[in-house]
Design a protein around this ligand. Structure first.
Ligand code: ACM
Ligand code: ZN
Length: 582
């Protein structure tokens, strides 16, 4: 037992410590809150050049005007976005002040020719230069400037991401700064598979917003699968109505043929697709639609069994995997069907890129089908003894006559798309039977398909599964995350480490063939929007630096330090994400 006076002294000491502690906590919170009111330009993806002067600041507060040219609808739209984003992040209400020379925020597009002087003839801008912008904060206020409206939109996103995420802020301190920026690659994509699972138009808009936040500009929309046809084709009203519906869906990670016995469906009308295209375009995202053929077509075969080698019947697949039932390569109706479908696709999607799939098309049926073999004979296609190894899963026999038959179909579709002013993209299996003249290769089975294509001077998009497949787990411990495709891990650090231009393999000219990089979200095990976002984020933050930044800028430890600011914005705008980073 302690004497009472000792107890009292102990209590007084304890009380004094607590008081000091409270004061310390209070000072810490105040300091944190104060620093949270300041902008930080070290955002994701990191701009090319940030020259900040933290000794001087501009105070952003209610009522400040945004001046812009209201006759330009694109600029006016970006002005409205900027106003909305500032309000969302900070609570500050800016005013739209078109043509107001006194406004402290100015949006400027284009370099006007000096009075009395003709604009100089200059080389056309590259796609990346079109997206370039500068952002400056100084004594006179804030200037967002770009050559093209798209650059202005990128500048506005950078401004938004630099802001602290606060509540009802009465003012935000913006250190003086000069930022100049442009992306490394012209193609910065994300794929969403809406074939395995259907996602609402509303969710796709949220997905597009998340893409725009990360500077992405290509939404690869995977619209058809063995498990569901999601694109309305007016010439074939039954195709989406029946082809979108499967009777049941396999349950669990192992594709073990245990089913939920719940019918599942959904498709997009052409009007909905046009709405998505419009929404994406307003955010400077192009929609690349994919109709995956001649494999992954069981949903279409269910509706049109005459297009298969055996005549069916076929069901819309209730489980995952590579199906041996594919479009018949020898039936002339196959090409009629494909040209009708791709024709309507071109009507709806203005994209210069149209994706024709081409992956995982086993040739088992074609080898035994009288029509396919007759077509091979008619075209004089032969089996080359050499296996190039380019065929991959489902078409391992390299330059076989059957793989060349696939090339023949690709060629027909390439010509058809060219007549509509479009270019064909295909998964790297399209190398197997020989590339068609202008095909763009999307390299998914590692980078070797992309390298082979670039060596043939074909354009390439790198999307290698081991670095870019975000259906895979992002954490080592599976129990910490929702069920996913349970094989290798694609952590943030793994994704971040990807270098798509491989100088050891490619000459400078061949390196120029690499258009960019894409992350792919396959959805066999992703049925809900929250799960889709969880798979996407924050990995898209890592991918965005692969897509946007130069290699010498990249530093994963630094990226991790910049992430909390982005996560606060995710929280504010309702984007679900994985909270751990490996
Ligand atoms: C693919 O992952 N089958 C392109
Ligand atoms: Zn056939």
């Amino acid at each position: 037992m302690l004497p009472d006076n000792v107890k009292i002294i102990n209590f007084i000491t304890f009380y004094r410590i607590m008081k000091r502690l409270r004061l310390f906590v209070f000072v810490c919170i105040a300091a944190l809150t104060a620093s949270a009111q300041k902008a930080n330009y070290n955002i994701i993806p990191l701009p090319k050049e940030v020259k900040a002067d933290t000794t001087q600041q501009f105070t952003l507060k209610d009522g400040i005007g945004i001046a812009y040219d209201s006759s330009n609808t694109e600029i006016a739209r970006t002005a409205a976005f900027l106003q909305q984003w500032v309000k969302e992040a900070t609570g500050i209400q800016l005013q739209l002040a078109p043509e107001d020379k006194a406004a402290q925020i100015k949006l400027a597009v284009g370099v006007p020719a000096k009075k009395g002087k003709k604009a100089k003839q200059v080389a056309p801008l590259t796609e990346q230069q079109k997206e370039a912008y500068t952002l400056s904060v100084g004594a006179k206020g804030i200037l967002l400037s770009a050559t093209e409206p798209v650059g202005l939109f990128r500048a506005a996103q950078t401004f938004r991401k630099s802001l602290p995420v606060t509540k009802d802020s009465k003012g935000v301190e913006l250190p003086y700064v000069q930022i100049s920026d442009q992306p490394r690659f012209s193609y910065r994509g994300v794929l969403l598979d809406c074939g395995r699972h259907f996602f609402s138009v509303e969710f796709i808009k949220q997905f597009l917003d998340a893409m725009a936040l990360h500077g992405c500009n290509q939404f690869h929309w995977h619209l058809t699968e063995d498990q569901g046809w999601r694109f309305e084709v007016k010439a074939y009203p039954e195709l989406a109505k029946k082809g979108s519906l499967r009777e049941k869906t396999v349950i669990g990670p192992g594709n073990m043929r245990i089913y939920d016995n719940i019918p599942y469906g959904g498709y997009y009308t052409q009007e909905e697709c046009r709405d998505i295209v419009r929404y994406a375009a307003e955010r400077y995202i192009n929609v690349v639609p994919e109709i995956d053929m001649p494999g992954h077509m069981q949903s279409a075969l269910h509706v049109f069994p005459n297009l298969g080698c055996t005549g069916g019947p076929y069901s819309v697949a209730p489980h995952w995997g590579v199906m041996r039932e594919v479009l018949c390569g020898g039936n002339p109706e196959t090409l009629t069907f494909l040209k009708t479908v791709f024709g309507e696709l071109c009507d709806v999607f203005p994209s210069k890129f149209i994706h024709i799939g081409g992956d995982e098309c086993p040739k088992e049926r074609w080898k035994k089908c009288a029509k396919c073999q007759a077509k091979i004979k008619e075209l004089g296609l032969t089996n080359d003894p050499k296996d190039t190894g380019e065929g991959g899963r489902g078409s391992q026999d390299g330059r076989s006559a059957e793989n060349k038959l696939q090339t023949y179909i690709n060629h027909e579709i390439e010509e058809f798309l060219a007549s509509r002013g479009r270019s064909l993209i295909g998964w790297d299996e399209i190398l197997a039977g020989g590339l068609t003249e202008n095909a763009i290769v999307m390299s998914w089975r590692g980078t070797k398909g992309g390298i082979a294509a670039a060596k043939q001077k074909h354009r390439v998009i790198m999307s290698p599964n081991v670095f870019a497949y975000i259906d895979h787990p992002q954490l080592k411990d599976y129990s910490k995350q929702p069920q996913t495709t349970d094989s290798y891990q694609v952590s943030c650090s793994k994704m971040y480490s990807f270098e798509p231009v491989i100088p050891e393999e490619l000459t400078a000219e061949e390196q120029d063939c690499i258009l960019g990089v894409q992350a792919n979200l396959w959805t066999e095990h992703v049925a809900y929007p929250e799960h889709a976002l969880y798979q996407l984020l924050p990995r898209l933050g890592a991918m965005s630096e692969v897509q946007w930044c130069n290699p010498e800028q990249k530093d994963f430890e630094d990226w991790k330090k910049r992430l909390p600011q982005l996560k606060r914005l995710y929280d504010r705008i309702g984007l679900v994400y994985c909270n751990e980073v490996e």
